[in-house]
Design a protein around this ligand. Sequence first.
Ligand SMILES: [Fe+2]
Length: 373
Amino acid sequence: MEDIIISPQEFKKKLDNNEVRFVFDLRSEDDFKDGKVEGRYEFQTLNLPQEDFVGEEDKHIDKFPKDIPIITICAHGDSSRYTAEWLREKGFNARSLEGGIDLWSEYYETSKISDNPAIYQFYRVARGCISYLINSNGEGIVIDAMRHIDVILKKINEINVKVKYVIDTHLQADHISGGREIAQRIGAKYFINPHDAKNANYKYEELKNGDKLHIGNSVIEIIHSPGHTPGSTSLLLDGKYLFTGDLIMKTSIGRPDLGGASEEWTKMLFDTLFKKYAHLSDDTIILPTHASSIREQELGIVMTTMGKARKELDLYQIKEFGDFFKQVSSSLPPNPERYQEIRKVNLGLLNPDEKKAKELEIGKNLCGMSKNK
Ligand SMILES: [Fe+2]
């Protein structure tokens, strides 16, 4: 029989290959709702909190399928292992996810998008958060680093690139930025737009509309593209790749309410989509900072084009601001309280320990608007 432990990497492969059939999640109902494991394909899930299950196992035996593999999941991988052992004793084919949701939520995949300049995408699978490293002739830029900076540092060392600039496209609300930390560690300049860093408790370089940054043979044009936040900035690499932050994502547009000023920010969003981005050709490749679902990853990469965004995203079809605002107002997902705390962390006003940081980053990101609500 296969090893009782399944690593996050093997689990992701099985999710991608439609080989996950049944997941038994032993976490509390709230934790389950906040961060349900998702795959490209559908599978059955049973949520039964461990306190209701352990000691009463036999009562629940009929809930498990005999003929398909079961993967057990808990917070850290201990109860799920115990449960997988019990299921195996009873004749089920069960395996336990290594490290539980804790390790799963820190699992990243790295993909190379292009060769020259080389663009690397780091995808945090469970949360749908994305960071980038660009290498042009030995000089580099890091964009929207997550707090698990080792993932990026490893690649920087492996390809031996001298990173000159670290940029946050905006003040993130759903996850803790690793931008300042990685900039400090490698001796690079850290950039953010002053509208977003207004109350920041640290020094930074200002991202200014129209400025250009040079690395190797490449040029990055800075485009102030407010709406998701007032300081949201897009980065156009060699006139071809547009790093949009959360302004445009593959299947959604960034919500304009995370800082509270919804109507004002919605107007900025409208102007960015229809005016600021108007000059960009349809074949401009969009590389976003978030994905709404694992299904957005194709051949290991999350990307779209300006043409597809203009054609397929519902908000891009609404050309009149009044209607646009109405549609935005009815498409806003919940705004978790912890997002306000995360914004403070990213302004340098709070400094959570690892346990608190994990709590703040629970669940999938909610940066985009829901498609049809
Ligand atoms: Fe965001």
